[in-house]
Ligand binder design. Structure first.
Ligand code: DGL
Length: 273
């Protein structure tokens, strides 16, 4: 299936870095990147018309990824920083979309974070599509060939986060159900979906202090900051803009809740008008 999306005019700064996710998860990457590069302009693109990605077939996810990358290219992004594991998982398996600018893989950033810790028994909770692609297992095997990896799919979690229900007993129960499928004796747990750090308090309560919890967003933001400098990308005004293919008002409320402030939010179709 080919997803088509009207392309934006270059209404944004042409020095900006693009961050891409299906919804709210990549906000953690954007926040960290803004902390590391406060003078750069960021454009956050959320494909909320299609969230959750995790339950969609790989062919559709590849088409959506290509369409989102084309949108960010047309908008003038100088670098695309992935805030979506699911898109990366499918791309690792079936190919990366063509792009005029580099795309930074999030799953390799996660594997690098695990390598830094020399983890040996690794638990990953991720979306169904990420687990079906065996994306974490393969990425970790390239860096830590002796490590054992357990991947657990948790399709209930992204809809809970998108609905603003992270603080509910239902959220706790869904995290508990996923964690119950991880084995004992892990020496690292990694959030294999960027939405899950928004449920981290439940993971902390259930997994306890003995298992370090890794959020790949931190390493991804560090890599993006290094890439921006390496590519010689110019600083902008330090603005952050948000675009969604879904409901603009709901997205604005969610960003205000998660990030704070008065976010500058546009609808993707409006930006293309
Ligand atoms: N936040 C994305 C990820 O890291 C996608 C989640 C979804 O839409 O299912 O995989």
């Amino acid at each position: 299936m080919q997803a088509r999306r009207a392309h934006p005019r270059k209404i944004f700064s042409d020095k900006m870095l693009g961050i891409l996710d299906s919804g709210l998860g990549g906000l953690g990457v954007a926040q960290r990147l803004h902390e590391l590069l406060p003078a750069y302009d960021l454009l956050y693109f959320a494909d909320q018309a299609h969230v959750p990605y995790g339950d969609r077939p790989a062919e559709e996810l590849s088409a959506l990824f290509a369409s989102n990358v084309a949108w960010l290219n047309a908008a003038g992004a100088s670098l695309i920083v992935m805030g979506c594991n699911t898109s990366c998982a499918v791309a690792q398996r079936f190919g990366w979309p063509s792009s005029a600018v580099p795309i930074l893989d999030l799953i390799d950033a996660a594997a690098a974070a695990l390598q830094q810790r020399n983890a040996r028994r690794i638990g990953v909770v991720a979306t169904s599509a990420t687990v079906a692609a065996n994306a974490y297992r393969r990425a970790i095997a390239r860096r830590l060939p002796d490590a054992q990896v357990w991947e657990v799919a948790a399709p209930a979690l992204v809809p809970i986060v998108e609905a603003g229900a992270a603080d509910t007993p239902q959220a706790y129960d869904a995290v508990a159900e996923a964690c119950a499928r991880l084995p004992e004796g892990l020496d690292a747990y990694v959030h294999g979906c960027t939405h899950y750090p928004l449920l981290d308090r439940h993971f902390a309560a259930i997994l306890g202090d003995r298992i370090p919890r890794i959020d790949p967003a931190a390493v991804q933001a560090e890599r993006a900051a290094a890439a921006a400098r390496q590519l010689g990308l110019a600083e902008g005004r330090g603005g952050v803009r948000y675009v969604t293919t879904g409901d603009r008002e709901l997205f604005r409320d969610a960003i205000a809740r998660i990030v704070g402030g008065e976010p500058d939010v546009r609808a993707a179709a409006e930006a293309a008008a």
